[in-house]
Ligand binder design. Structure first.
Ligand SMILES: C[S@@+](CC[C@H](N)C(=O)[O-])C[C@H]1O[C@@H](n2cnc3c(N)ncnc32)[C@H](O)[C@@H]1O
Length: 262
């Protein structure tokens, strides 16, 4: 346990851009009590139950956005890029976080259309591929992706590996920093956002931070998407705070993504 903590500390100390995150972790460090662990489990149960009760069909969101193109998957639209992505991910020696709702993100970004996009949480980069492919289809745009690799995972060289090289042009900027350090500057840089996607820090506070930062810069009619919204009740609470209808989509048993239209 102590050896693990020391190894994590060394990992951070070797990365000066992450010193602020290290400071936050040291300041907030405390041993979680049994009661807190039980509360987190109860929040997850409540989050799952809420998602199940609010499940919507993709068609409802598409209709609300005025998108009448039938849903086309990324594999159908760009079979070569899809195959390249799979080959790259299969060749990756490190197992990273699972994909977001890639096909839905691609379809929404393409038809919104989304020219200015922020995403938090990259890992293999399935969601990055979805946004960049949509931008290639609609003749350009800018994606800023934020990802702080997990400590000691040795995956830094592979973050975003699903994105084929020809899509890694001026449209894409990958910032290897925590949300809290990279997001305020990123949203300011893009000015007004068409779409924001959260798939990084899944804690209640981590979600609220990203949702709030992005919502303020989202244009009217823009879209905020979030993955794994069953983890806690942050997505429900944020939808209530901004007074918008939450759209919740089933991904697989016990796993949902969410959307809010500004
Ligand atoms: C579930 S994965 C993202 C999957 C990706 N959206 C996709 O579709 O392939 C989550 C990623 O968020 C990163 N992450 C976790 N906490 C973070 C934070 N506080 N700031 C930035 N990135 C974070 C992790 O290192 C990981 O790479």
């Amino acid at each position: 346990m102590i050896r693990e903590k020391v190894a994590t500390l060394i990992w951070y100390l070797e990365r000066p851009p992450l010193y602020r995150e290290l400071g936050r972790r040291i300041t907030n460090f405390r041993v979680t009590t049994k009661r807190e662990r039980e509360r987190a489990a109860a929040d997850k149960d409540a989050g799952r139950a809420w998602c199940e009760a609010h499940r919507a069909e993709h068609a409802e969101l598409l209709e609300a956005l005025g998108i009448d193109a039938p849903l086309q998957t990324l594999a159908e639209a760009h079979p070569d890029w899809w195959q390249q992505a799979h080959d790259a991910v299969n060749a990756c020696p490190v197992k990273m976080g699972g994909p977001a709702a890639t096909d839905l993100l691609y379809h929404l970004a393409k038809h919104l259309p989304a020219k200015a996009v922020i995403e938090t949480g990259v890992a293999n980069g399935w969601s990055s591929l979805a946004f960049l492919a949509a931008m290639a289809d609609q003749g350009g745009g800018r994606l800023i992706s934020i990802d702080m690799p997990y400590a000691k995972m040795k995956n830094e060289a592979y973050v975003g590996c699903a994105v084929p090289h020809h899509l890694r042009g001026a449209s894409w900027s990958l910032r290897r920093l925590p949300d809290r350090d990279a997001l305020p500057a990123a949203v300011a840089e893009l000015g007004t956002l068409d779409l924001a996607h959260h798939d990084s820090d899944k804690s209640y506070d981590g979600r609220m931070f990203v949702y709030q930062q992005c919502w303020e810069r989202l244009r009217s009619g823009g879209l905020m998407m979030s993955d794994d919204v069953e983890d806690n009740l942050a997505f429900r609470d944020f939808a209530g705070r901004v007074g918008r209808k939450p759209y919740v989509f089933y991904k697989k048993p016990g796993n949902y993504s969410g959307a809010l239209i500004k």
